[in-house]
Each structure stands twice: as structure tokens, then as C-alpha cells.
Design a protein around this ligand. Structure first.
Ligand SMILES: [Mg+2]
Length: 129
């Protein structure tokens, strides 16, 4: 089965861009534009990876990852923060909150794909997409 990646970002053009890049690599992509829906869909659809924006109106990325880690069925899903906040403080906080990776915007399509592949290698998801 091909891997499902859930992308959470309040900016539609970023969702569209990431969908194109990752679908082009053969991944299944689920796009969500807010934190509340991200939590619900993660439980329901059990993605293999979540790319999560931090700065979103309403429930932000910090709250989303906290809820995901508290929930039995989503606590083991790898989460990578996808954000333009590239400061060390945020990276440390992301790791403390249980996000395995941190992808800073802007990114090139090549870098995004490399980061995603690396995450799957590290989390034992190597093999079929
Ligand atoms: Mg945002």
C-alpha cells in the first residue's frame, strides 16, 4: 500500500504545492487547512506521516501535536513541523512536543521529497510508498 501523508496548513497555495510534489512521487496526500480537522482526520484516516504547519488560526500546530500524542491511535504517527519559524528555540520545543522533524519554509520540491524519504527511513517505513 502506498504511504499516506497528511498535510496541514492554513495556506491553500502551500497545500496545493505540497500535494503536487508528493503525489508526483507516488504518495497519497490528504490536505487539511485547520488544526481541529487535522486531529479528527488523523484518527479517522491514520496517515503514515503528518506534515504540520505551526502558525494557524484557531488550533495551532503545537496544540495539534499535543492532542495527537495524547491519543492512543495517533501517538505513534510521525509528525514533521512545516514552518517558516526557523529559530533554534522552536526546533527544541518541536522535539520536546514529540515532532520528529522540522522542515523550514521555503523549501524546494527536491528538499521536501528528500526530507520525507528520510523520515520514512528513520521511522521504519522504508519500502513501498
Ligand atoms: Mg500558517
Amino acid at each position: 500500500m502506498r504511504k499516506k501523508i497528511m498535510v496541514v496548513d492554513d495556506e491553500e497555495d502551500i497545500l496545493t504545492l505540497i500535494r503536487e510534489i508528493l503525489e508526483g512521487e507516488g504518495y497519497g496526500v490528504i490536505c487539511v487547512n485547520n488544526g481541529e480537522e487535522a486531529v479528527i482526520k488523523a484518527v479517522e484516516l491514520q496517515p503514515d506521516l503528518i506534515l504540520l504547519d505551526i502558525m494557524m488560526p484557531g488550533m495551532d500546530g503545537w496544540e495539534v501535536v499535543k492532542l495527537l500524542k495524547e491519543h492512543e491511535s495517533t501517538k505513534d504517527i510521525p509528525v514533521a513541523f512545516l514552518t517558516c519559524k526557523g529559530e533554534l528555540r522552536d526546533k527544541i520545543m518541536a522535539l520536546q512536543e514529540g515532532a520528529c522533524h522540522y522542515i523550514t519554509k521555503p523549501f524546494t520540491p527536491q528538499r521536501l521529497v528528500e526530507e520525507v524519504k528520510m523520515i520514512f527511513e528513520r521511522t521504519g517505513g522504508e519500502g513501498d510508498k
